[in-house]
Design a protein around this ligand. Sequence first.
Ligand code: CNA
Length: 256
Amino acid sequence: MFQNIERLSQLIAKKNKILFFTGAGLSTSSGIKDFRGTNGIYQTIGDKYNLPYPESLFEINFFNKNPLPFYDFSKELFNHEIKPSFSHNFISALEKMSKISLIVTQNIDMLHEKSGSKKILNCHGSYNTAHCLKCKTHFNFNQFENNLKSGIPKNCKCGGIIKPDIIFFGEQLPEKFYHTIENPPDTDLLIVLGSSLTVQPAAMLPILIKKKFNVEMVIINNQSTEFDALFDIVIHQDIDTVFKNVNSILNYYYQE
Ligand code: CNA
């Protein structure tokens, strides 16, 4: 295992166009549960909200009928301060050193932004804005923040439900995602963090970039994924533990 961390450290030191593809496992150490990990939301959510099946919480048709479970779930993200993890901060430090081509995240927690990263593609959208499902009026975060904190769905003046602009199952990904698939930024190393790589079409992005640039591809995940065989380096460990080790080799980031 340590050999792999040494190899990863050498690659990070050598490369200046690193593309990170991040998933929910990057934020578990910040206190946000993932979907499919051992303590993931999918283990408990169905019973808590009496859902037909766990994914329905994030299905647009279900939300249209009953937005309460989604707002109640969002409350857990917004009613206390969530801080970026060591690894979010390490990635942000790499960006300040001009070593990042892009951070493609499936996460909706905005922790990359909070850690100071700028080159972010939120491929499942974010809570930054919202719109009314009926009249399409747009809302800024501060106009619905209190509803996210209280877990009470917000309605528009027209009576429609206001939905944060995160991508639900059954919705199209942002145009920027498809543009990136067609025109990926020049990349010399690909690192996938904390994703089961099961949610399509987002999960196809690392594989397409690997094909295009034939770069080394690394996955860090505490469980195996179906796609491990496609990776050059597979590290089955906690992400923060890995980057703390990488950082003690490279000394790029200082945490007080
Ligand atoms: P997922 O399917 O839940 O997979 C997460 C993976 O990370 C699992 O394989 C875990 O075993 C692994 N993992 C968990 N914690 C760690 C850790 N500390 N170190 C290493 N590995 C770990 O999540 P994906 O991101 O693949 O699925 C995409 C969905 C999840 C997107 O639509 C997201 O919007 C959605 N999601 C996002 C958040 C968030 O924004 N933080 C939280 C929960 C779900």
